[in-house]
Design a protein around this ligand. Structure first.
Ligand code: SF4
Length: 386
């Protein structure tokens, strides 16, 4: 664990916090959005949120793929699972997200649908090989991080000549969503908060590199610092953002240099572009319809595309009117400001998607916010977050 311990070193954390306190301008407000749900989780898990100077306000972004799928997509997954002969495979978090009628994939499974939870897309392929009489559908979700694995899966299925396997593609793209948060009049109409800079996604950037954010930073004049998920990564990235804001700069900086390059992973990008193309539009929960913000399967792989194999037309999804997930995902509302937070909506019994995944802002606030309010400050010799 030595490698990890280096990034949780308490004296270094205290030095970064002291530098932050020195650098923030009293009376100013630094509104920084961490796009990625992994960062939200880390901020709360390690108690960093409470250690930051009051001038720094962290705004949780829509970077949790389970949270941003609208009810209509969950309805679609449920309808697919109810299809005779289909075995629907997806990641465990999605199973508990309620659709339009407060039913979820878990409810569908309890009612007899064949729904399987997988840790890796390869398990879905293996199931198709093992059970040739079932039509195995992998309901693929995630950002640029998980898209290469799904693309490889489709190429492998093609090589194996599987006729009982298909993928329902719901992969999303990060930079277009960030642009939309800043620019889209639709998002502004829905109420969004002003943002002074972004903590850029870590795993996504390992794949796409830091370069896609350059145009975005120049065009919209917002600094971006790509950061890792450890406490020192986040504190250093926040300090770098504060310094850029103070200097009136808007550049892309890479704090996560141990994993992210400017160009990203060329092999992963190549397999994604062989298999996927851009969707013209995609609806995100809380952000509305965003142009060119998601991937679809190319025509060359249409025989493995579940959207072609099982064409479904469903009525428009209906969000629970009491749920404030949309506003939370735009950073317009803190989780605790939702009237259902911690009462009717808890991780054990979620009403909205942000309470389901551990990367969801509501789940992070509920799990770690309550704990940190109860906990006493750590002794000086302990490491951050322990
Ligand atoms: S507390 Fe529950 S209902 Fe409210 S915004 Fe969060 S997830 Fe949605």
């Amino acid at each position: 664990m030595k490698f990890v311990d280096d990034f949780r070193h308490a004296p270094s954390a205290r030095a970064l916090l002291a530098a932050l306190r020195r650098d923030v301008h009293p009376g100013a407000t630094y509104r920084l959005m961490e796009f990625c749900g992994g960062h939200t989780h880390a901020l709360w898990r390690y108690g960093l949120q409470e250690l930051l100077p009051p001038e720094v306000r962290m705004i949780h972004g829509p970077g949790c793929p389970v949270c941003v799928l609208p009810s209509a997509r969950v309805d679609l997954a449920i309808a697919l699972a109810q299809h005779e002969s289909v075995a629907l495979c997806t990641f465990g978090d999605l199973l508990r997200v309620p659709g339009s009628h407060r039913t979820s994939l878990l409810h569908a499974r309890a009612a007899g649908a064949d729904v399987r939870s997988v840790y890796s897309p390869a398990e879905a392929l293996e199931l198709a090989r093992r059970e040739p009489t079932r039509q195995v559908v992998f309901f693929a979700i995630g950002f640029e991080t998980t898209a290469p694995a799904t693309a490889l899966l489709l190429e492998q299925a093609r090589e194996l000549g599987l006729t009982n396997f298909s993928v329902h593609c719901n992969h999303l793209l990060t930079p277009s969503a960030m642009t939309s948060i800043l620019e889209s009049t639709q998002v502004r109409r829905l109420a969004a908060v002003p943002i002074d800079g972004f903590v850029g996604p870590a795993h996504v950037s390992v794949v796409i590199g830091s370069r896609p954010y350059e145009h975005f930073a120049e065009e919209y004049r917002k600094p971006v610092v790509i950061a890792g998920f450890e406490p020192l990564d986040l504190l250093q990235a926040i300090l770098m953002l504060v310094r850029q804001v103070n200097a009136g700069q808007a550049r892309v900086e890479n704090q996560y240099r141990r994993a992210v390059t400017r160009e990203g992973n060329a092999r992963a990008q190549a397999v994604v572009s062989r298999v996927f193309e851009l969707r013209r539009t995609f609806e995100w929960r809380g952000l509305g319809t965003i142009p060119y913000s998601a991937l679809r399967i190319r025509e060359a792989f249409s025989d493995l595309d579940a959207e072609q194999r099982f064409p479904l037309t469903l009525p428009a999804g209906r969000e629970n009117p009491a749920c404030q997930c949309g506003a939370v995902l735009r950073g317009a509302l803190a989780p605790e400001e939702c009237p259902l937070f911690g009462t009717l909506c808890t991780p054990e019994s979620p009403i909205g998607s942000c309470m389901v995944s551990s990367e969801g802002a509501c789940a992070a606030h509920y799990t770690f916010g309550r704990r940190s309010r109860r906990a006493s400050p750590p002794p000086a010799s302990t490491e951050v977050g322990r």
